[in-house]
Design a protein around this ligand. Structure first.
Ligand SMILES: N[C@@H](CCC(=O)N[C@@H](CS)C(=O)NCC(=O)O)C(=O)O
Length: 201
């Protein structure tokens, strides 16, 4: 199998963290891509018409995406427990919350990167920021019990969302109103899978 990824993509980081946690590193060829919004690499679009990172090219079937499909597939082939049946709706909702926060943060970066400064809508940027911050706050206020439980895909997704906020939006200070989540993240960020996948420009 081959994974198309970039070292800055938080969605790819989620997948890479699952690769590490599932012991699949020696089964996957890592294929780094240069990030591009307007001219995706033809190798990527040949596998994923959306031209998005991450994409997993399988040896025995069509390529798969998006990140949530890939993480679930990897957990399945590893015979893992990142999507436990007994807590599946909680895990999926937590992962969706993290992915939504990541998506909002990524859109803020795109707005700055793609638009001429006079075309940037500050109102829209702040609305995206509010989505990310509300998500993080909700996890701090309602999900700490879940985060204290056994490792699952929802926790990995939240770890990658917080890592991305630190990487791109440190100045927005998500920790200020999220002391419990901040304490949890301190421990989670020290996991070998998280240390091995820290975003790099
Ligand atoms: N929902 C997708 C989102 C993937 C995504 O937006 N990836 C970004 C990189 S962080 C990308 O490939 N952007 C290029 C584009 O949108 O054309 C997932 O979970 O995999």
């Amino acid at each position: 199998m081959k994974l198309y990824y970039t070292t800055t993509s938080p969605f790819a980081r989620k997948v890479l963290a699952v690769v590490h946690e599932s012991g699949l590193l020696d089964k996957i060829e890592l294929a780094p891509m240069t990030p591009s919004l307007s001219a995706p690499d033809p190798r990527l679009t040949a596998s994923n018409p959306l031209g998005k990172i991450p994409t997993l090219v399988r040896d025995d079937g069509p390529a798969i995406y998006d990140s949530r499909v890939i993480t679930r597939y990897l957990d399945h082939i590893a015979g893992g427990t990142l999507y436990p049946e007994a807590r599946i709706w909680d895990v999926l909702t937590l992962e969706a919350t993290a992915d939504g926060a990541i998506e909002a943060a990524v859109l803020m970066i795109y707005e700055a990167r793609v638009r001429a400064p006079e075309m940037v809508s500050e109102e829209w940027v702040e609305a995206q920021s509010a989505k990310a911050m509300r998500s993080v706050q909700a996890v701090n206020d309602r999900w700490m019990g879940h985060l204290a439980g056994p490792l699952d895909a929802g926790q990995i997704a939240i770890g990658c969302a917080l890592g991305y906020l630190d990487f791109r939006f440190d100045d927005r200070g998500w920790r200020n109103s999220c002391p419990d989540l901040s304490r949890w993240y301190e421990g989670f960020a020290a996991r070998p899978s998280m240390l091995a996948t820290v975003p790099k420009v």
